[in-house]
Design a protein around this ligand. Sequence first.
Ligand code: 1HN
Length: 355
Amino acid sequence: MAMTDLTAPIPTDSREKLYADLSPSALAPLWSCLETLVPRAPMSECVPALWNYDDVRPLLLRAGALISAEEAIRRVLILENPGLPGCACITPTLYAGLQLILPGEVAPAHRHTQSAFRFIIEGEGAFTTVRGERLPMSPGDLVLTPNFEWHDHGHDGCAPVIWLDGLDIPLIRSLQAGFAENSSSAQQNADLPTGYNAATWGAGLRPPYAAQQHKRVERFIYHYREWRDGLKLLSARGDRDPAGLYTLEFSNPVDGGSILPTMSAFCQLLRAGEYTRWQQRTDGLVYHVVEGAGVVEIGDVFRSSIAIRDTFVVPPWMKFRLLAEQDLVLFSYSDRATQERLDLWRERVEKSESI
Ligand code: 1HN
């Protein structure tokens, strides 16, 4: 029979003691976080949320009375996901904000490695100058300011103009690849004639040598009437996407791909009385209601009415579906472009149409 060695040191080590001793040496046990690091399915802190335009607009106009566009640089209320407080994120990789510019104001010229677009919600007379061309903006227009293009905003009209800003800020931040530069003059010289960008890149035409030299995004404006007409024709033909919507993607004429290297954008129509199938996708989606009204359901936890000018977010990999009470016209954007470039994008659309 084995005898207990009474002189052996008493084993005092424990997992807790080991963990405490690892931390000062900049070490950590993998087994404590393995499931979080490599989840079975996407896990996100991001939660479903909706911003009602009639609630946000008065707050934005109050900001308009308290700070100028020039002082603010950009007078924006960030749509911050309640699951990601303090992060200036609407999804883990994307930023969204509502920007106000008042008649006569200037938002000064700068450039940054974050790519951006604006989707115009309300008002006439404002313009964004991108690479020396004034792009006049009307509701429903989509204006791009790709990575490191100079851009400034101005307003020649007589009523407030409000737009939705979409940027890849959180993504670029996670890569720690952000650079920015202010221009010495508040406004660029707009020496190109208005319509130049649309004429050279927006009509299925292109300057013959430009596209071969580099792969930069070259088309900066997509007009409401063009994409809206496209949806109307698509629906007249009954040409639906797998979830049951009429969908078009805004695309980059240089390579036929996403509008920006990091972000994709879409317009969609759902006819009154119709609903979509349940779908889930690895890209978290920001939706803006351009026309109509209906209902969105996200997972088991979120159900809300949606109406014209509202903005809502569908977190990555959460099931969702839409119901149109009136013809519902939607603009949406996501990091799908990034995910597709990394071979990560997946979607699942439920087969049954049970309600
Ligand atoms: C920006 O440049 C704009 O140009 C809007 O309108 C929002 C948020 C963070 C960084 C740059 C714009 C922005 C931004």
